[in-house]
Design a protein around this ligand. Structure first.
Ligand SMILES: [Zn+2]
Length: 225
């Protein structure tokens, strides 16, 4: 049985980046956990009992339920300031979760995203998952997050080489995004249901299926090709 860990900076990144894939894999019996590095609320320090924090946590629980995610690891690094934290602290936090959950697949942010938290998250995952003897992680994939990946205009573009057919799970992705309605915008904003559906259609059309999510393969270790 596959064990998939999604490591993201903010709750909603997982639904935007791989919501359909998670729902599809959960249907196939995968055990899925998501780790949120920040509470996703505001750039300044916000109390853990702030209503915005509890609302966002509720939204993430609802979204995760739709996507078949059984476990949530919530951390409290400062939102939009992940670069102000020593990288080692973030790395150790990811290492703890990897040691506890023992995933064989990790999904995380693209390294050139505009959002600094996303870039730190990617770096922390790669460092935490150094392929030392006995390490559980076989595959690391990065995904795109609308309003961050494609907005880093001058950086090398996200060019997926792994596609997951989510034709049967576009509804799940949409429902997960609806749980995060406070983070969504009206079309033609790139972070609108319409635009995200259009992206899924385009990624699908690229490989001849109705809808897909695209990933960049960062690393894969296996006994066969
Ligand atoms: Zn984010």
């Amino acid at each position: 049985m596959k064990r998939i860990l999604v490591v993201v900076a903010h709750s909603d990144d997982e639904a935007l980046g791989c919501g359909g894939t998670l729902a599809a894999q959960a249907d196939r019996g995968a055990e899925i956990a998501v780790m949120f590095l920040t509470n996703g609320v505001g750039a300044r320090r916000v109390a853990q009992n702030d209503p915005r924090v509890t609302q966002r946590a509720e939204a993430s629980r609802a979204a995760c339920k739709v996507m078949g995610v059984k476990t949530i690891f919530q951390r409290d690094f400062p939102d939009n300031q992940l670069d102000s934290v020593p990288l080692l602290d973030v790395v150790q936090s990811v290492e703890e979760v990897v040691a506890e959950f023992k995933p064989d697949i990790i999904l995380t942010h693209f390294d050139n995203d505009l959002n600094v938290d996303h870039r730190v998250c990617h770096q922390a995952v790669l460092t935490a998952c150094r392929p030392q003897p006995g390490h559980s992680v076989r595959t690391i994939l990065s995904f795109e997050v609308p309003s961050s990946t494609e907005w880093a205009f001058s950086a090398p573009a996200f060019s997926p080489n792994v596609y997951v057919d989510i034709s049967a799970h576009t509804k799940h992705k949409q429902q997960a995004l609806e749980a995060y309605s406070g983070e969504m915008h009206a079309a033609p904003h790139v972070r609108s249901i319409k635009s995200i559906e259009a992206l899924a259609r385009w990624r699908g059309a690229t490989v001849g299926v109705e809808a897909a999510e695209g990933f960049c393969l960062i690393r894969q270790i296996s006994k066969e090709i």
